[in-house]
Design a protein around this ligand. Structure first.
Ligand SMILES: [Zn+2]
Length: 141
């Protein structure tokens, strides 16, 4: 399960709306575990070549986030991105680009510029095979 602070979830929605019709992306910081707790959302530049179709967190921003989290005694608990006029479900490209097993991947659907359905998926890796597992997303501080 991923528990997310209301402020962090709002930041995800805002980012998705601001960058519509491109995909937004960012990092979720907090404390990991079977029940992860995301206390903050850090918007990042979408470094993908086709940002309307895919997302890629800028590597320098990812490195900065790891350092920043460590200094605050937190960790990266997940990543978020938006699907402009698409469903809140991971694509084959999303799985191919997901490299952090144990992390939560949050997807928010943005229809006509308005953020709507938002879902979380935990990246699992077993015997070298990665897959997304739907997990409950709870909005709570
Ligand atoms: Zn996607």
């Amino acid at each position: 399960m991923l528990r997310i602070d209301p402020g962090a979830l709002e930041a995800v929605w805002r980012d998705g709306q601001m960058r519509y019709p491109e995909e937004c992306c960012g990092i979720l910081l907090g404390r990991g575990g079977p029940v992860s707790h995301a206390t903050g959302a850090l918007p990042c530049a979408n470094a993908a070549a086709a940002p309307r179709l895919r997302y890629a967190v800028d590597e320098r921003e990812l490195f900065r986030a790891v350092k920043w989290a460590r200094e605050r005694g937190e960790e990266i608990v997940g990543f978020y991105h938006s699907h402009p006029d698409g469903a809140a479900h991971p694509s084959a490209a999303d799985l191919a680009d997901a490299w952090w097993p144990g992390c939560s991947y949050v997807i928010t659907a943005v229809a006509d510029g308005r953020a709507g359905e938002t879902r979380a998926f935990r990246l699992r890796e077993e015997a070298g095979e990665r897959r997304f597992e739907a997990e409950p997303l709870e909005e709570r501080p």
